[in-house]
Design a protein. Structure first.
Lengths: 185, 484
């Protein structure tokens, strides 16, 4: 017994119309997904990082570690003060510098420099680092994040633009994990 | 009165909602279920209503822009009349909502209400809990202050540890390479559109299931749930010994909800709004970010886990917890409902409660955080200086100036990161003290590079004096016998 003609025709039409809407959905979906993923794709194409000046090197006397700030290279109008990023500049001597991210290598809280004891300390979970950024104690698994730097016309420049995080993206900040002396455990 | 009736009838003729609503409100429920233990779900829903209302009121003033949000909160607090009260209601409403949702969940778990045929109700409830936690976290971000800013940094750092997807996840979460304008905008979209929309939908389904399947009966020890005959027995119970939901159950729900609203208003009035703390300016690094109350346990966990275990626990722990919660009604869908005969269920609740309570309590002291300003301006207690030799006094100065106090207390208000040094001379000989100071160890940094020999000698001389008068300082036995 065959199905009456009209019914199967209607079912067929329904299926075609659903398929049609599926195609429309995909056509609309692709731009939506691309829009949503723009923070990721934009970084891959042009890159968020660029060389930023921290000012003339004589602001950073040899043997001292000082706080410097820069405006993030991809800042927007709505960012306000959040686009002003601090970092620690350590001038050992001559043209030898180390520029550390403010973010603790544990979970990103702002580390503070204590010149008397020569330690960076984190207020959140108690991480501590030596003057050269090496891990001293606490929960961090590695030393502080270090920005690549160069000196151009007497200005200290660093390559920055992304918040450093302890995961795989930390590779961007080609940091030797621990350069300093390890405490005897 | 007759006019109102007439208007009502006019609408009902068209909407035809009167009869189904009346039927729903008067559906029979088990007599014992019209109980004060069954009021938490409706109270959670009432508080959600309060959050919707106060949230809309706050959105009239709040500016979701990284450069403006903090200022608009100040305006709400200080310039708009009663703006502070609406903020306080929203903040306290959030705390009460989470607390009530948790109590509701514990009650449902202990009363076995997740068993057949209410598995899906439980699963929706677990998702509702996740959304409520999501609202609490995103809400904390919208209070865009220093805690919010650095809290986002912690969230991003956790995301970044996901294998392979870490880096793109961080950018998706932050809406860009750093915590900035786009970050706040997307958390605003989540907090105001995405999560509340899903909450409304899921609350609707959750309540629909409660009405369709009937409220859980009071669990009697020994009355076992079996898939074969549960529904039959339940309906027989509501037929023979049921009472109409309205008014038997409803009046308790209404009273309790009103009471909770009153408590929220009282807390808002008495304690006021939460924050905001300092401006979200990353250049202000003199800050000690802390999460809100319901995430304090996580803060403690992050500080106390050994470094090597942290990433696995952070990434796998929540997945396991979620799977256990979602799978619960499937591996324990039948059998005993009463907590009186489910000792493991009761112990689980106690264990989780004691665990979370302990972590939360620890986090309110945060003994793992160095006290950043300890000893910088405070005078050295006279007892550590009186009657001491110049070398020992010099050592006390070194102790103060080298931030030893940040991690060590000496029977006073220093840090708790390292041990209290009040009686350290009893535990360590002077040689051991020198070694510990110079080389560090345990969880202590090495100070070899930052102390010259004279400072070390003075510091150890001072530490040697830290022992009770009744107890001599520790001595190296081998050394004293060699001297003789």
């Amino acid at each position: 017994m065959s199905v009456p003609d009209g019914l199967s025709r209607r079912q067929m039409l329904l299926k075609v119309s659903l398929l049609f809407n599926g195609v429309v959905g995909v056509v609309l979906g692709i731009p939506i997904v691309r829009y949503l993923f723009s923070p990721v794709t934009r970084g891959q194409r042009a890159g968020y990082e660029s060389w930023i000046s921290l000012g003339p090197i004589d602001q950073f006397p040899p043997g001292e570690t000082r706080l410097a700030t820069y405006r993030n290279p991809v800042a927007e109008g709505s960012d306000g003060e959040t686009a002003e990023v601090p970092c620690w500049v350590r001038h050992t001597d001559g043209e030898k510098f180390q520029v550390f991210a403010i973010n603790c290598a544990h979970l990103g809280c702002p580390v503070r420099w204590f010149p008397q004891s020569g330690l960076f300390m984190c207020p959140c979970h108690g991480g501590a680092y030596y003057a050269d950024g090496a891990r001293a104690s606490g929960p961090p698994e590695r030393g502080l994040f270090e920005y690549p730097f160069k000196i151009v016309d007497g200005n200290l420049r660093i390559q920055a633009g992304e918040m450093p995080t302890p995961g795989p993206s930390a590779k961007l900040y080609n940091i030797t994990t621990t350069t300093g002396r390890q405490p005897c455990a | 009165m007759r006019l109102i009736l007439k208007i009502g009838n006019w609408f009902d003729q068209r909407l035809q909602l009167g009869a189904p609503i009346r039927e729903t409100m008067e559906h029979p429920i088990p007599r014992d279920s019209a109980s004060w233990y069954y009021v938490f779900g409706s109270a959670a829903m009432t508080v959600f209503g309060l959050q919707l209302a106060t949230g809309i009121l706050l959105a009239l003033i709040y500016v979701p822009s990284a450069g403006e949000a903090w200022n608009s909160l100040q305006i709400l607090n200080h310039q708009i009349s009663l703006g502070w009260f609406i903020r306080a209601l929203h903040g306290w409403g959030s705390n009460f909502m989470l607390a009530i949702v948790l109590i509701h969940m514990v009650q449902v778990f202990l009363f076995g209400a997740y068993k057949f045929p209410r598995e899906l109700t439980w699963i929706l409830g677990v998702l509702l809990l996740l959304m409520t936690l999501g609202m609490a976290f995103t809400g904390q971000v919208l209070r865009f202050d220093q805690d919010a800013y650095w809290g986002l940094g912690i969230g991003a750092s956790i995301c970044s540890r996901v294998p392979f997807l870490g880096a793109p996840l961080v950018k998706l979460m932050l809406g860009g390479p750093i915590i900035a304008g786009h970050t706040l905008s997307r958390f605003f979209a989540l907090h105001v559109f995405v999560i509340p929309g899903s909450l409304l939908l899921f609350i609707g389904l959750h309540v629909l299931l409660v009405l369709k399947l009937g409220i859980n009966e009071w669990p009697m020890p020994g009355r076992l749930v079996r898939r074969s005959d549960y529904l039959e027995k339940y309906h027989a119970m509501t037929r023979t010994d049921g009472v109409p939901f309205m008014p038997y159950g409803v009046w308790k729900d209404v009273v309790f909800s009103g009471l909770i609203l009153l408590c929220i208003a009282a807390c808002a009035l008495y304690f006021g709004p939460f924050g905001p703390s300092g401006q979200p300016d990353p250049r202000i690094i003199q800050t000690a970010p802390r999460p809100d109350f319901f995430f304090l346990w996580l803060y403690a966990l992050l500080s106390l886990l050994p470094p090597s275990m942290e990433t696995p626990v952070l990434l796998i722990g929540p997945v396991i917890a979620l799977i256990v919660l979602l799978a619960l009604p499937f591996f324990s869908g039948e059998g005993e409902k009463s907590w009186k005969r489910r000792p493991i269920a009761v112990l689980t609740i106690l264990l989780v409660a004691v665990g979370l309570g302990t972590f939360t309590n620890l986090a309110s002291h945060a003994p793992w955080s160095p006290v950043m300003d300890a000893g910088t301006g405070a005078p050295i207690p006279p007892k550590f200086v009186n009657g001491r030799t110049p070398l020992e006094v010099q050592g006390a100065l070194v102790f103060q100036s080298k931030q030893c106090h940040n991690c060590h207390s000496v029977g006073d208000n220093g840090g708790k990161r390292g041990p209290d040094l009040k009686e350290v001379a009893v535990r360590l000989t002077s040689d051991q003290l020198v070694r510990q100071v110079l080389q560090g160890g345990g969880n202590m940094p090495a100070y070899g590079k930052n102390l010259n020999p004279a400072e070390t000698a003075a510091l150890v001389a001072f530490l040697e004096t830290l022992h009770p008068s009744s107890q001599a300082p520790a001595k190296d036995a081998s050394q004293s016998s060699a001297m003789q």
